[in-house]
Ligand binder design. Sequence first.
Ligand SMILES: C[S@@+](CC[C@H](N)C(=O)[O-])C[C@H]1O[C@@H](n2cnc3c(N)ncnc32)[C@H](O)[C@@H]1O
Length: 172
Amino acid sequence: MRRNSVLRQDSVHLRLASRWVGGSRVRRMWMPQLPQPLRWDHNAHYHRWLLHQLPLAPRNVLDVGCGAGGLAAKLAVRTAHVDAVDVSAPMITRARTLYGPTGNIRWLVGDLLDPGLPLEHEGYDAVTAVSSLHHMPLQPALRRLAGLVRPGGVLAIIGFYRRASPTVLSRR
Ligand SMILES: C[S@@+](CC[C@H](N)C(=O)[O-])C[C@H]1O[C@@H](n2cnc3c(N)ncnc32)[C@H](O)[C@@H]1O
């Protein structure tokens, strides 16, 4: 990173950059932001496709690794209840700030693989995971996700799972 790096006003990135390169070398720069509905990143690119995968009139949806909550907010328009879970407390704080603490979204800080996470016992009509599965051990996470979907429901995953390289595989 260049000396006196310039970052947008995203507090999570600022905090990380300050830790990594030293706070005095990071300069805050205010940039005009698009209104929230118009913001785009390569994860948000899949939201429209994901929304088309939902069952008709889902009663509830779980978004796993919800990050700053963009997908959860879109899901909340299409269902009575959304549980949005993320292991990162700062991300959930960001989501609450952007989309509000109330309404039909329950923001949860926690690890998907934690059996104590207060998710719906009866499961969900749809479970979504955008770009979060590759942060977890694949097999237990997939089992957990599948177990959270009601019969006839939908599990929709956008994933970038890291596969073992040919070198690693050849050593097995
Ligand atoms: C690349 S971000 C994607 C965020 C969001 N889904 C999006 O599309 O912008 C991955 C998110 O998964 C969360 N995450 C990673 N491991 C998790 C776990 N075990 N349980 C819940 N969330 C997790 C991270 O904190 C992070 O916010």
